[in-house]
Design a protein around this ligand. Structure first.
Ligand code: HDE
Length: 753
């Protein structure tokens, strides 16, 4: 109920926002319908701030709240001013000694404007530089009480969140759809302090000890001499490293699977990766692995789509997230936990829970849902929020603590350290997006970009001059974070891993054996592509040896693609039971927010178009009318995409509407050389679009003479997932059903299980 209420209140809020945007536009302003070369002079109301972030800090320098209206503080008031608030009457001309004279040094406004501009860029994140974020709400189900006392997981508690998704290797301007791991970082602004779950879409990591992080990242980043390739793992240094450092093989296998090219951030799983230690209010501890399960299911692009998108729409994932939220198709994930006994050896079913290159199969420990995340608002300002957000694995709340996983331990150091350079000093927690929603009474003082005006004279403890304030919380009863007392062995100082960390292949093999045949085909193709991009023969050969240690079939197929002999394994293969939960295929999922392209010939028969568009919208999807030119169809329907500016990769499924009128030269053209009776030719852009959709195993529907267009494009009308008929709505219904499984792999005679 509580979940429904949040989603409804979020939907109401979205409606309010839309209503505000629909206020009558100022003449000459965008969308007003009255073009004008002059700049509008009447201000429009600013958009309201996000619910959990009421604009910039509105206190004055003395700490008192200001009387100024919100828009004056948030930079959306009527008059342009200097940074000091002096109104400007000109910002287009510098101050010069005469119209043709030199610019004067005394032009403070010129210097302020240019100086600030010169410093607009901050260093991008050293990893995860490319990302997209959104605001939302998390609601606890209340069933995690026996595992953790964390207050935000209690039944019905609503916690504001900010989530940032990212790729790892590429720089800020790189393409979204590259083959890579994705970051999935969530900031929960809880009443007990901020909790950050800084995870990935792959449950295991490349390395077991954080000290290797610079190595794996240096290997994955572009070559230091030519700074290419950007945002790719398909190059020598990456495969050089992972073939030598074989603990990375499990993670790279996930990268080479469809998990490395998600269809959308909305269709990605998330994982906390490390094992955490949780404690309930009776002081009982358990070891816990966190999971995010997308309500829409886990879906991927095909590799060809991913590559095309990198050129045609490098912002594909960012746009998809923004558009879905804007359209009210709020992305949702359930937070789940695998709860494992906190035993002295920290093993479960023989799996070392401190080894981040291992997962616990869901068949051995089910993922239990404990809350729901709903993303409801896009950022107001990308830089202020998505770029400046600073996550930290050490931001914990009472009830959740870390373990001795050596990867996690190193992360505890790294995340503050990196912000000192990236965000320019130690006060980044005061940036609005990073401000906790719990009251803060710290004794951290001064430093670059100090934004607070601290009162009192005694920022130290103990003190008497500030009356001893602030006081220590008297332990757990006052909601204090108390480190969970965990046994630390009477140990020898040593640089070494436990013996269990030496097993680099058994779970990689388990992953491979858990894949369906079509997923295996994709993995083979991905390795073959990546290794074919390497120049060094020794690198390819060594990686083939690593593949032989995972599976001889996998190795043989990749070796055949490279034209190299398949080596024999150098280690005995260990057969673990396959884990069907690792496969993405086999289920039927909701299709909310999917894109349906409807190709129309404006001169053709448009009957049924309206009904189909309505049916697509009613099913929670987005109908996009695609035509040879922009503007409106003869019946007044708006055209959203033109043949010249679209590509198949924009759509999850396509429909070809109605018939081309006899002699029409848009969808179908006649070959003039062939004369009156000549074979019909399809606009080559439409033919390509249909062929690509067919090749990418997407559902395709057509009615009336639209079916002829399929035939001309060489799309077999009787192939699985190609639906033709006379009733447009029935055709769409068939396409909708096929889309529930995401792709129609049966089309290629592929066996699915
Ligand atoms: Fe990160 N990682 N990481 N990482 N990581 C950063 O922090 C680091 C690791 C992850 O959207 C950096 O603020 C080390 C594992 C995400 O802002 C940096 C090690 C996992 C994000 C850093 C790891 C992650 C980061 C760069 C090995 C999955 C993006 C900028 C010990 C569980 C967060 C920043 C965002 C970002 C260091 C390993 C996920 C440099 C040293 C394992 C999702 O501090």
């Amino acid at each position: 109920k509580a979940v429904k209420a949040t989603v409804e209140s979020a939907a109401a809020r979205a409606a309010e926002l839309l209503a505000e945007r629909e206020a009558p536009p100022v003449p000459g302003s965008p969308g007003s319908g009255t073009p004008s070369l002059a700049e509008p002079t009447k201000p429009r109301g600013p958009l309201p701030p996000k619910p959990d972030q009421a604009g910039p800090d509105r206190r004055t320098a003395t700490g008192a709240p200001t009387d100024a209206p919100a828009e004056a503080v948030s930079g959306q008031g009527p008059f342009l001013t200097t940074s000091q608030g002096a109104r400007l009457r000109d910002s287009d001309h510098s101050l010069k000694a005469g119209e043709r004279g030199p610019t004067l040094l005394q032009d403070h406004h010129l210097r302020e404007k240019i100086t600030h501009f010169d410093h607009e860029r901050i260093p991008e994140r050293v990893v995860h530089a490319r990302g997209a974020g959104a605001h939302g709400t998390f609601i606890g189900y209340g069933n995690a009480r026996s595992v953790t006392k964390a207050g935000f997981l209690a039944k019905g508690v609503e916690t504001p969140v900010f989530v940032r998704f990212s790729t790892v290797l590429g720089s800020r301007g790189s393409a979204d759809t590259v083959r890579d791991t994705r970051g999935f970082a969530t900031k929960f602004y809880t009443d007990q302090g901020t909790f950050d779950l800084v995870g990935n879409n792959i449950p295991v990591f490349f390395i077991q000890d954080g000290i290797k992080f610079p190595d794996v990242i240096h290997a994955g980043k572009p070559h230091p001499d030519r700074e290419i390739p950007q945002a790719q793992s398909a190059h020598d240094t990456f495969w050089d490293f992972v073939s030598l450092h074989t603990e990375a093989q499990h993670h790279t296998l996930w990268n080479m699977s469809d998990r490395g090219i998600p269809r959308s951030y909305r269709t990605m799983e998330g994982f906390g990766v490390h094992t955490f230690r949780c404690v309930n209010s009776d002081g009982e501890t358990s070891l816990v692995k966190f999971h995010w399960k997308p309500v829409l299911g886990v879906h991927s692009l095909t590799w060809e789509e991913a590559q095309l998108l990198a050129g045609t729409d490098p912002d594909f994932h960012r746009r998809d997230l923004y558009d879905a939220i804007e359209a009210g198709a709020f992305p949702q994930w359930e937070l789940g936990v695998q709860v494992l006994p906190d035993t002295p050896d920290e093993l479960f079913a023989g799996i070392d829970l401190l080894d981040p290159t291992k997962l616990v199969p869901e068949e051995l420990a089910p993922v239990q849902a404990i809350g729901l995340l709903t993303l409801t608002h896009n950022p107001t300002n990308f830089f202020a929020e998505t770029e400046q957000v600073a996550y930290h694995v050490g931001n914990l709340v009472p009830g959740i603590d870390v373990t001795n996983d050596p990867l996690l331990q190193a992360r505890l150091f790294s995340y503050i350290d990196t912000q000192l350079t990236r965000l320019g000093g130690p006060n980044f927690h005061q940036i609005p997006i990073n401000r906790p929603h719990a009251p803060v009474n710290d004794m951290l003082r001064d430093g670059f970009h100090q934004d607070a005006v601290h009162g009192g004279v005694a920022p130290y403890k103990p003190n008497s001059l500030d009356g001893g304030c602030p006081f220590f919380a008297g332990g757990a009863k006052d909601g204090a974070f108390v480190d969970i007392p965990a046994h630390v062995a009477d140990a020898v100082k040593i640089r070494a891993n436990p013996a269990s960390y030496d097993d680099h292949y058994s779970q990689a093999r388990q992953f491979w054996l858990s894949m369906t045949p079509v997923e295996k085909e994709h993995i083979v193709a991905a390795y073959t592509f990546e290794l074919a991009k390497c120049f060094e023969q020794s690198v390819k050969e060594r990686q083939l040896l690593a593949l032989a240690n995972i599976d001889s079939d996998l190795c043989a197929q990749v070796a055949a693609g490279l034209g190299l002999p398949a080596p024999k394994p150098s280690e005995p293969l260990v057969d673990l039971d396959p884990s069907p939960a690792l496969s993405q295929l086999g289920d039927v999922w909701p299709t909310d927010g999917r894109m349906i392209g409807i190709i129309v010939d404006p001169d053709g028969d448009l009957s049924g178009l309206d009904a189909v568009r309505a049916a697509v919208s009613a099913a929670g999807m987005v109908p996009l009318v695609v035509a040879p030119y922009g503007g409106k169809l003869p019946d007044g329907t708006t055209i959203q995409r033109t043949f010249a500016a679209t590509r198949s990769v924009e759509y999850d499924a396509v429909l070809v509407a109605g018939s081309p009128a006899p002699g029409a030269d848009a969808l179908v053209v006649r070959d003039s050389k062939a004369g009156e009776e000549g074979a019909p030719l399809l606009d080559p852009r439409v033919a390509l679009l249909l062929q690509e959709c067919f090749r990418h195993a997407k559902a395709i529907g057509a009615w009336g003479a639209g079916i002829d267009a399929l035939e001309v494009a060489g799309v077999a009308a009787d192939a699985p997932g190609v639906l033709g008929g006379d009733d447009p709505e029935a055709v769409f219904a068939g396409v909708h059903t096929a889309l529930g499984a995401h792709r129609v792999w049966e089309r290629f005679g592929t066996v699915l299980s």
